[in-house]
Write a protein that binds this ligand. Structure first.
Ligand code: XIL
Length: 386
C-alpha cells in the first residue's frame, strides 16, 4: 500500500482496466452472431469440399492477410472447407505490374505457395481488365492513348511474365474480365480503344503461349440477369473458338442479390453458356443484402435506411438468405456436369468487398467466422445428393 492515501496507478493496472473495458465492449458488439449461430456451428464439422460433386472445385477468394497467413483463424477455415483459391486483388495488373519496368512477385508467390502446399487448385485473376490497371499501360507518348502495337506489346509482356512465372502452378486464368456492357455490346475499355475489338482474342492468344497447359476463362457479371449480355458472352466464346483459340470456361461472377437472379434465370444461363461447348463457373459468389448505395461521394455518413443491418441480420432476412443459397445450389447441382467450380468472393461477412462503408452479410460465415444458416442450407443441399 502507498503511504498518504494517494494510490499510484501503474501501467499494469491501466492495462488490466483497458482489457476489462474491451471485454465488456465485445459483449455488446453489434456484429455478434445472431442467436441461431451456435446451433449451426455444430454442422461445421461438414466441409464443403467433401460434399461437392466429384470433379467440382469449391473455392474462396482470399486476401493478403490470409495468403500471408497472418489471419490464422481464417487460414484454418479456408483449409478445412475449400479446395480452390482465387486472389482477391494480388494478381490484378496494378498489384503485380504497377510500373512499366517492374513486376512485384513476393506476396504473389506466397499466394501461389499457400494453395500448392495445401493441395488446392490455385486460380489466377485477372490479366486484362479496364479496372485496377495503372494508367501507364494505355498511355501514349503524346499524352493520348498508346497505339495498337505499343499496347499489344505491353499486354504481351504482362501476360508472358505473369502467366509464365506460374506456369504449371496456376490451374487457370481469368484472361479477360468484364469486356461487355449490360446490353451485350463491347465495353469502351481503353484496351479496346487502343487495340481494337480483337484485344480479347489477343489476350487469349498470349495466355496460351505463356502456359499452354493452363485453363483459360472469360469472366463477367450480370450474365444471369441480362440476357443480352449473356448473348454477348456467347459471341465472345464463339469468336475465340472460330479463331482456334483455347477457352475452357465462362465465369459468371455471381454477384447476386436476394431473389435476383431467379433460379430459372440461373438455370437458363448455365444451359445457354454450356451450349457453346465450354464449361461454366460461378467465380465470385456473394449475395448482397443491402439496397443500392445512395448517390454522393463515398465516405459520407450513410443514412440509416441505406445501412439497415448494422446491428445484425434480422431472423427473417437470415432465413431468406439461407433459402436463396439453397435454391441456387440446387440449380447448380442440377447442372453438376456443366459446372467445374463455384468460388465465393470472400470467406466471411467481415472479409467481403460488399461492406464498403456499410455492414453487409453476403457470405456463409458471419463476422465472428461462425457459420450462418446459409452455410447449413448449402451443406444440407450438397449432402442430399451424396
Ligand atoms: C474487388 C475486390 O474484392 C476489392 O477488394 C477491390 O477493392 C475491388 O475489386 N469483380 C471482380 C473482382 O472481378 O476483381 C472485384 O474484386 C469484384 C468485382
Amino acid at each position: 500500500m502507498q503511504q498518504g492515501g494517494a494510490r499510484r496507478i501503474d501501467r499494469r493496472t491501466v492495462t488490466r482496466a483497458l482489457t476489462a473495458a474491451a471485454g465488456a465492449l465485445a459483449l455488446c458488439d453489434p456484429w455478434a452472431p445472431f442467436p441461431g449461430a451456435t446451433t449451426v456451428a455444430a454442422q461445421e464439422t461438414r466441409a464443403l469440399k467433401d460434399l461437392v460433386p466429384r470433379g467440382w472445385l469449391i473455392g474462396v477468394a482470399i486476401n493478403q492477410n490470409q495468403s500471408d497467413e497472418r489471419d490464422t483463424a481464417a487460414v484454418d477455415l479456408i483449409a478445412r472447407q475449400f479446395n480452390a483459391i482465387s486472389p482477391e486483388n494480388l494478381l490484378k495488373f496494378e498489384s503485380v505490374h504497377r510500373q512499366p519496368d517492374g513486376f512485384t512477385f513476393e506476396a504473389q508467390d506466397r499466394y501461389v505457395a499457400f494453395g500448392r502446399q495445401r493441395g488446392m487448385a490455385v486460380i489466377g485473376h485477372t490479366l486484362v481488365w479496364h479496372s485496377q490497371t495503372p494508367a501507364w499501360v494505355w498511355a501514349g507518348s503524346d499524352g493520348g492513348l498508346a497505339d495498337r502495337a505499343t499496347m499489344l506489346e505491353r499486354m504481351r509482356v504482362h501476360i508472358a511474365t505473369v502467366v509464365g512465372r506460374y506456369k504449371g502452378r496456376i490451374r487457370g486464368w481469368d484472361v479477360v474480365n468484364e469486356a461487355l456492357n449490360d446490353d451485350g455490346t463491347l465495353r469502351d475499355s481503353p484496351w479496346r480503344r487502343g487495340i481494337g475489338d480483337d484485344y480479347i482474342a489477343k489476350a487469349f492468344e498470349f495466355a496460351r503461349e505463356a502456359d499452354p497447359g493452363a485453363e483459360l476463362y472469360y469472366n463477367e457479371f450480370n450474365l444471369a440477369t441480362r440476357p443480352a449480355k449473356r448473348a454477348g458472352a456467347i459471341r465472345i466464346v464463339k469468336e475465340l473458338q472460330q479463331r482456334g483459340l483455347r477457352i475452357d470456361a465462362v465465369g459468371e461472377q455471381g454477384h447476386w442479390r436476394l431473389n435476383t437472379p431467379t433460379v430459372a434465370e440461373i438455370d437458363q444461363t448455365i444451359t445457354e453458356l454450356r451450349a457453346t461447348g465450354v464449361k461454366v463457373m460461378i467465380t465470385e459468389l456473394d449475395v448482397n443484402l443491402l439496397p443500392p448505395a445512395p448517390p454522393g461521394p463515398r465516405g459520407q455518413p450513410m443514412p440509416p435506411e441505406s445501412n439497415p443491418y448494422v446491428n445484425g441480420l434480422p431472423d427473417d432476412v437470415q432465413q431468406a438468405l439461407a433459402r436463396y443459397y439453397a435454391d441456387a445450389f440446387r440449380v447448380l447441382l442440377k447442372h453438376r456436369d456443366d459446372i467445374t467450380r463455384v468460388t465465393f468472393w470472400g470467406l466471411s461477412d467481415a472479409d467481403s468487398w460488399l461492406n464498403r462503408g456499410r455492414v453487409n452479410h453476403p457470405l456463409l460465415w458471419d463476422r465472428q467466422r461462425q457459420p450462418k444458416p446459409a452455410f447449413g442450407e448449402v451443406v444440407r443441399v450438397l449432402a442430399s445428393t451424396k
